[in-house]
Structure formats: C-alpha cells, structure tokens
Design a binder for this molecule. Structure first.
Ligand SMILES: C[S@@+](CC[C@H](N)C(=O)[O-])C[C@H]1O[C@@H](n2cnc3c(N)ncnc32)[C@H](O)[C@@H]1O
Length: 374
C-alpha cells in the first residue's frame, strides 16, 4: 500500500473523499484542501484517469526539516533522488506554504531545485534541465512550520484541465467544480438535466461525461507518472481499455444547455465536439424569459453572474428575480440549484430554499441554493 494525497479546491474535500472511496481508495482522510488516502499503483493510475473532482495526486517521498534555507538545502540533498529522477529527464519544483524563514515559494522552489541538481552533478556529472512549463518530473514541496513534505506529482498538469475545453465563455466554471456541483446536487443520469445559463457548457458537458461513464482522463494524453522509473505501461493500457469499454453509447435522459449568447453557445458546441458528445447534448439559444421546460421533471443547475460593481449587482437583481419567477411559473416538478457568490442577489430569487451548501468558486465564498419546485 502506498500513501497518496489528492489536492482539491477549498470546500470540496468531502466530495472528493467520497469519489476516492468509489474509485477504491483506502484509509481516506479529508484535510484542508486535500485528501490523503492509500492504495496500490493501479489505484494511482485509476484516480488520475477517472477522478472528476480533484486537481492532482501527489506521492509523498520524504519529509525533511526546513528551519531555514541552509537546513532545507542540506536535507533535500540527502534524499536519494536517483531513485525517482534520471538526470536525462527535465524537472520542475512547485512549492506551497511557508514559514518564518521561507516566505517566498518561488525562492524555496529554487533552493530545492538547486539541491537536487547539485546532487545529480556530484553523482552523474550531469543534471536535469529545468522546464517549468512541461517538465517530465514535477516535484511538489509543501512547507508547514518547520517541516517540508516532498512529493512527486503524478498528474503533471491539473486534472481540471481535461483537455476538451479550448473555448471558454465569460466566467467559466472549473471542470472539477462543475463535477462537484453535480455530486452535491445528487444529479442522477436518469433525470433530465438543464442549465439555462450554460455559457461555454461546463455543467452540461460534465453531466454528459458522468452520464455516459466517460473517464475524463481519456482526453489527456500525458500524465507525469508516465515518466517515472516504475511506470507500468501494461497496467495503464489495461485501465484505458477498461475505460473505453465501459462507456455508454446513449444517455438515459436528456441533457440540455441554453444561453442567450450565440457566441458562448458555439464555444459550448465546439467543446462538446471535442468530448465526442456533440450529438448527445442539446444546446439551444434562448433568453431565460422565453425558456420552456424540455420535460415534465428534471434537475436544473446554473451559475448566474454574481457581479462585482454596484451598478452590475442592481442590474443582475432582475436576472435573479426572473430565475425565481420562471422556476415557479414553468418548472413545477423540477429541482433547481443556483450557485451564487452574492447573498443580496440570491434573495431576489424570491423562493424558499430547501438546502444551502457552502462551496468556493476559486477564492469566492459561494452557496449552492436548492429549490424544490412544487
Ligand atoms: C457565469 S456565466 C455561466 C458560465 C458557465 N457555467 C460556464 O461554465 O461556461 C452566465 C451565463 O448566463 C448567460 N445569461 C445571462 N443572462 C441571461 C438571460 N437573461 N438569458 C439567458 N442567458 C443569460 C450569459 O450569457 C452567460 O453565458
């Protein structure tokens, strides 16, 4: 059993923990912006391929003292880096956290990189080149008080960058957050799904990937663990085959996205094509005021703009009121969810919430509001 650590967005720890359990992780412990768990190498690959709500999976390799920069340097140099990195591979170090003497993450990352490459020169006479954009091996260093946890980042780039989205509308949701909202709303593929403010389509797209049992990792062709010394190509190929064979060819219930802006809708359509689900999701151009329910019941999830300036907030109040009116007048039998970062605006909906779930959209404290529409 190996120890792993999934990094997640603030507020999504419990949702990610549940997802990891479904994927077969053991000893799951949600922490602040992360979830630690154990499992074998196959689980590590499986999580990278299938997880919808997490950013990265780290594999801790050492914990060293880091009272100051000299001690950190000396301790990092003692780690047998040749077990993990060939000097032929490119390298980058990413640092988070800090303490009294190590305040600047960029500078701390440089110290660690220098310690690793100096060790390589002493042992092999040559060293890894640094590639901060697209390294073969990515080291994560997390400083907390006087301890530095060094991990290998198995994902490389964040798993929220699914690889299907080139086109983005205004204020798109992160794919990981969209997937988490579907979980929080208990979306089930048996129910019709509608996002009436769909923008570039993140929510309908993530709903369709879930409904068709499409592993989000299938769109990514590179994970950092593929450059590791212990990469097991045949296990990975087995998982890919299993994922491809377990996709469903048809939706059980419709998935619809609508928006009044044709430009963002065409982006949504491009994204759907890249996911291979363009013929499955229905995207429609419609202003909220003219929207009719596509079926007798279903689930709505949407994120209207929150507005930052005062004038904007006043204008947006009308949109929130319209949402409430349309829900009440036309969507009887449906369950609706609104994600918003503005309490004042949420009051304009004018309907009684049956649940309020705290969630962060990046740094913005938001609430997912649930309305049962009888
Ligand atoms: C914050 S964005 C949604 C982003 C989307 N979830 C995504 O991930 O791309 C809000 C969307 O609401 C749409 N919108 C605003 N007012 C509308 C209205 N009255 N009718 C229909 N769409 C509207 C905007 O065009 C915009 O695309």
């Amino acid at each position: 059993m190996n120890q792993y650590y999934a990094t997640v967005a603030k507020g999504l720890e419990a949702t990610a923990a549940k997802e990891l359990e479904t994927l077969g992780a053991k000893n799951i412990r949600p922490e602040f912006t992360g979830v630690s768990f154990t499992g074998d190498q196959k689980l590590l690959y499986r999580v990278n391929l299938w997880a919808r709500t997490i950013f990265r999976v780290l594999v801790p390799i050492a914990e060293v003292r880091c009272v100051n920069r000299e001690i950190l340097y000396k301790e990092v140099k003692k780690i047998p880096w040749q077990d993990y990195i060939s000097p032929k591979k490119t390298l980058a170090v990413h640092c988070t956290g800090g303490n009294e003497k190590l305040k600047h993450t960029h500078y701390t990352a440089l110290q660690i990189k220098d310690a690793i490459t100096e060790q390589q020169i002493q042992k092999f006479r040559y060293r890894s080149n640094i590639d901060t954009k697209n390294p073969d091996i990515l080291i994560n260093a997390h400083i907390q008080k006087n301890t530095c946890i060094l991990s290998l980042d198995s994902s490389g780039s964040s798993l929220h960058q699914r690889g299907y989205r080139l086109a983005m509308g205004f204020a798109p949701l992160k794919e990981t957050l969209a997937a988490a909202l579907l979980e929080m709303a208990e979306y089930s593929p048996d129910l019709p799904f509608l996002d009436p403010l769909c923008g570039s389509g993140t929510l309908p797209l993530e709903a369709s990937l879930k409904a068709l049992n499409i592993a989000p990792g299938l769109f990514k062709n590179k994970f950092a663990f593929m450059n590791w010394r212990d990469f097991d190509e045949s296990t990975w190929q087995d998982l890919l085959l299993e994922a491809k064979n377990s996709q469903l060819s048809e939706l059980k219930a419709m998935i619809v996205g609508s928006d009044r802006d044709s430009e963002v809708l065409s982006q949504a359509h491009t994204n759907a094509k890249r996911c291979g689900v363009a013929d499955k999701i229905k995207f429609m151009k419609a202003d909220l005021s003219e929207l009719e329910p596509p079926s007798a019941q279903g689930i709505i999830i949407c994120n209207p703009p929150y507005g930052e300036r005062l004038g904007e907030v006043e204008e947006l109040g009308k949109l929130y009121k319209l949402l409430g009116d349309i829900f009440k007048q036309r969507f009887t039998g449906w369950t609706a969810f609104i994600l918003t970062g503005n309490k004042q605006l949420s009051k304009q909906v004018g309907l009684r919430t049956s649940r309020r779930i705290a969630v962060y959209n990046g740094p913005i404290a938001c609430t997912l509001l649930k309305y049962e529409l009888y």
